[in-house]
Design a protein around this ligand. Structure first.
Ligand SMILES: NC(=O)c1ccc[n+]([C@@H]2O[C@H](COP(=O)([O-])OP(=O)(O)OC[C@H]3O[C@@H](n4cnc5c(N)ncnc54)[C@H](OP(=O)(O)O)[C@@H]3O)[C@@H](O)[C@H]2O)c1
Length: 268
């Protein structure tokens, strides 16, 4: 099992939610954490909290959907740190919208791809040469349980996460023998600003951010190919073997779940 002490970990999306909590945990375990997100003020408070507890953190405010900002962020990280041991592509946005309500909203699909897929791939391409020079490195890409299950209403978000999973497989296949490990993390629903945007999820049972952040620590310590719930893994096997029935027969269950969550909200 790898330890975190002295490792330089680049963690995107660390101004809020899972990323902010994971940054603190990694710093407490002795990692040097490079925090990336747009909100400089929030990044600074995550850094200040880490430093107050005796940890080491640096901030790199950047909008990863803007190529020049992504490049400047990577350049600054590479200039300030001799090694980049781990890159965690955690920054993302989610959109919950039925496809029928997105007929004139191609930008939903462009926006999710821009950050969830291209932002992650862009930063990977910039930091990969340093990992190859070192002869070792790890890329952790954050996905969701929902790519393992035929979930409706998140087509733009899930397509971008599936693209990232596919890129992850190619990266592992091509560069595993050069010391690059790739981990895909399939989070279930987690109580964060992202999931709080959907009001009907108020009464849904979710993982808390502490437990989700522990998954990221485990990803770096153990470097597995995947971290997921058994339910997600079983479901993805069924979906691969029987895509038609697995998709058709589960949709009434998802509609029932939404109906029940809506009823609970209305009763408040
Ligand atoms: N919450 C869930 O239920 C859930 C479930 C499955 C998977 N996930 C995945 O878990 C990861 C963390 O999500 P979370 O729930 O912790 O969400 P969150 O609290 O909304 O955090 C998202 C992070 O991404 C950053 N970000 C967004 N757009 C960016 C951009 N253009 N450039 C740079 N940074 C950007 C945000 O910071 P700024 O706004 O400061 O830029 C923020 O730090 C995501 O990959 C998400 O898809 C979450």
């Amino acid at each position: 099992m790898a330890h975190l002490r002295g490792k330089t970990i680049v963690l995107t999306g660390s101004s809020s939610g899972i990323g902010a909590i994971a940054a603190g945990k990694m710093a407490r375990a002795g990692a040097r954490v490079c925090l990336v997100a747009r909100n400089a003020g929030q990044l600074a408070s995550v850094r200040d909290e880490i430093e107050a507890a005796g940890g080491k953190a640096w901030i790199y405010p950047a909008d990863l959907t803007i190529e020049a900002e992504l490049a400047a962020c990577a350049e600054a990280i590479l200039a300030e740190h001799r090694r980049v041991d781990v890159l965690i592509n955690n920054a993302a946005r989610s959109i919950r919208r039925p496809i029928e309500q997105a007929l004139d909203r191609l930008h939903d699909y462009q926006r999710t791809m821009q950050i969830n897929y291209l932002g992650a791939v862009g930063l990977t391409l910039k930091l990969l040469p340093r990992m190859l020079e070192q002869g070792q490195g790890q890329v952790v890409n954050i996905s969701t349980l929902s790519t393992q299950v035929p979930i409706p209403l998140f087509s733009a978000y899930l397509a971008s996460k599936s693209a990232l999973e596919s890129f992850s497989r190619s990266l592992q296949a091509e560069l595993g023998h050069k010391g690059i490990d790739v981990t895909v993390v399939h989070f279930p629903m987690v109580r964060t600003p992202m999931s709080n945007k959907t009001s009907i999820y108020k009464h849904m049972r979710m993982m808390d951010t502490e437990a989700a952040a522990d998954w990221l620590v485990k990803a770096v310590r153990e470097r597995p190919a995947r971290i997921a719930r058994p339910l997600g893994n079983v479901s993805s096997v069924i979906l691969a073997a029987l895509p038609g029935p697995a998709t058709r027969y589960t949709q009434p269950l998802f509609r029932l779940m939404d109906y029940r969550l809506k009823r609970k909200l209305e009763k408040e």
